[in-house]
Design a binder for this molecule. Structure first.
Ligand SMILES: Cc1ncc(COP(=O)(O)O)c(C=O)c1O
Ligand SMILES: N[C@@H](CCOP(=O)(O)O)C(=O)O
Length: 462
């Protein structure tokens, strides 16, 4: 399997190279040159298999033999043994035809664990094989950070630097990162927002001179392996509800767009998906683009669903690449314009996206209302991100007959502010995190200046 850049100018890479890289050298993101096929027979044969076995079967073509099958099976098995639910990502039926796909049973209680438990092990495998060290730089609006630290901290060959927006993540999210006192883990609170943090990480990939030749690796969803691992739960949940014999729809709380793009890849591989609903909070650029062709930046606002407080959505580029018929030059031109002025998609690509994608945006008041309503109807307390999906699924679904799977992306215990504002006393943390609020923290606060951040990384890496 070869991987090509969405901007068409960077060299094609192997799976191993793509995992050990971040962005492509032309500023684009890597995608597989060809989309592996999940045939009707392949899908039908997955009914009743364990999550780990489905994961192996779905991901093996993307790995393309670069990790031998036995080793890869072991990596997959170990990654998902860390989840507290036997089904790994159980489906929870809300009503006759609406299901929650619970993606929060991993060690850090958000869907990011699904990919990062795997990516940490894959990185460990490749770096140990090469006898190389690497530096990770990642940006987080709250969940990727702790999942990356948890997934990678045992890897001796890695130093991990995670940038989070100062005072803009929940206390539980911050402490999940800052109470890990390992020698190879560094948390940086940036005086800015998530977009500032992500821009600095991307700029560091574009010019890595500050690392004097040490390899820089991405743990954000710019890394293809993140997307690959997330494809699996779309397949597993659809098969559990009758695919390939019947189609399903998905509603996905979205921001950086890695999650729903993974679903789209599952669909492109052959999974019968009727509709993807992109649910956003008040940072609604994805909804404005899909619904009104308004592909323009607006000021980032702080919401009750802070992990989705993102304006510049990385993986939308991967979808645009497909919508523009894999024309890298057209994608590069569009995204360069987007950086400096309000813009719009060309008619044909937008029309092709609208065939499969709908969208809905949910403000804070509606998030609270959705949490209360879901509890009244189902006794579940949803986290505020899942609540955006729950509401969007009802508002934007194409029909009532196709099973709707809303992705439950985080555990409500991570987001006390929204839960309490919705009128509940709060949700206890699971036993392994019971004393989180008493643990010692370690982090630095830095201005949102690239040189300061790079200096800190260069001075502290081992
Ligand atoms: C809890 C939660 N839900 C939803 C999202 C949105 O996912 P994505 O960025 O893959 O669109 C994120 C992070 O971005 C998140 O942490
Ligand atoms: N919501 C994310 C933002 C980063 O997204 P990623 O999927 O690119 O890692 C977070 O919680 O950090």
């Amino acid at each position: 399997m070869r991987y090509i850049s969405t901007r068409g100018q960077a060299p094609a890479l192997s799976f191993e190279e793509v995992v050990l890289t971040g962005m492509a050298s032309d500023g684009g993101l890597y995608v597989p040159e060809t989309v592996p096929r999940l045939s009707h027979e392949n899908l039908a044969a997955m009914a009743g298999l364990s999550y780990a076995e489905i994961a192996f079967r779905v991901m093996q073509p993307y790995v393309g033999g670069e990790i031998d099958d036995e080793t890869f099976r072991g990596i997959v098995r170990d990654a998902y043994a860390t989840f507290s639910h036997d089904a790994v990502v159980p489906l929870n039926q809300l009503d006759a035809n609406h299901f929650l796909l619970e993606l929060f049973h991993g060690p850090t209680l958000a869907f990011k664990d699904v990919a990062l438990q795997l990516l940490g092990r894959i990185l460990d495998h490749f770096l140990a094989k090469r006898g190389e060290r690497a530096v990770i730089m990642g940006a987080t609006s709250g969940d990727t950070g702790s999942a990356a630290i948890e997934g990678c901290r045992h890897c001796d060959n890695l130093d991990i630097f995670i940038l989070h927006p100062h005072n803009r993540v929940s206390e539980v999210q911050r402490r999940q990162m800052t109470t890990v006192l390992a020698d190879n883990v560094f948390n940086i609170a940036i005086e800015g927002n998530f977009d500032d943090a992500q821009a600095m990480v991307k700029a560091s990939f574009a010019d890595q001179a500050f690392l004097n030749g040490t390899r820089l690796v991405a743990v954000n969803s710019i890394n293809w392996a993140r997307i690959m691992a997330q494809i699996v739960y779309y397949v597993a949940s659809a098969v559990a509800l009758g695919a390939p014999h019947r189609a399903v729809s998905f509603c996905v709380p979205s921001a950086n767009f890695g999650n729903v793009f993974a679903g789209y890849m599952a669909y492109r591989s052959g999974l019968p998906v009727k509709q993807f609903i992109v649910a956003t909070n008040a940072n609604d650029i994805l909804h404005r683009t899909l619904a009104a062709n308004d592909f323009s930046k607006r000021e980032l606002v702080a919401t009750l669903a802070p992990s989705m407080d993102i304006v510049v959505s990385s993986n939308f580029e991967r979808l645009l690449f497909e919508a523009y018929g894999r024309d890298g030059a057209a994608v590069a031109a569009l995204l360069e314009r987007f950086q400096v002025e309000p813009t719009a998609l060309a008619e044909a690509p937008l029309a092709s996206l609208r065939e499969r994608f709908a969208s809905h945006s949910v403000d804070d008041a509606t998030i609270l209302e959705a949490i209360r309503e879901a509890h009244h109807r189902t006794q579940e307390i949803l986290d505020p991100h899942t609540a955006t999906g729950y509401r969007a699924a009802e508002r934007a679904r194409a029909d009532a007959e196709t099973p709707m799977i809303t992705l439950a992306t985080a555990h409500p215990a991570k987001f006390a502010e929204a839960v309490v504002k919705a009128g509940f006393p709060g949700v206890p943390l699971p036993p392994h995190m019971e004393d989180l609020l008493e643990r010692e923290e370690r982090y630095v606060v830095l201005p949102a200046e690239l040189t300061e951040v790079q200096k800190f990384v260069a001075e502290n890496r081992r």
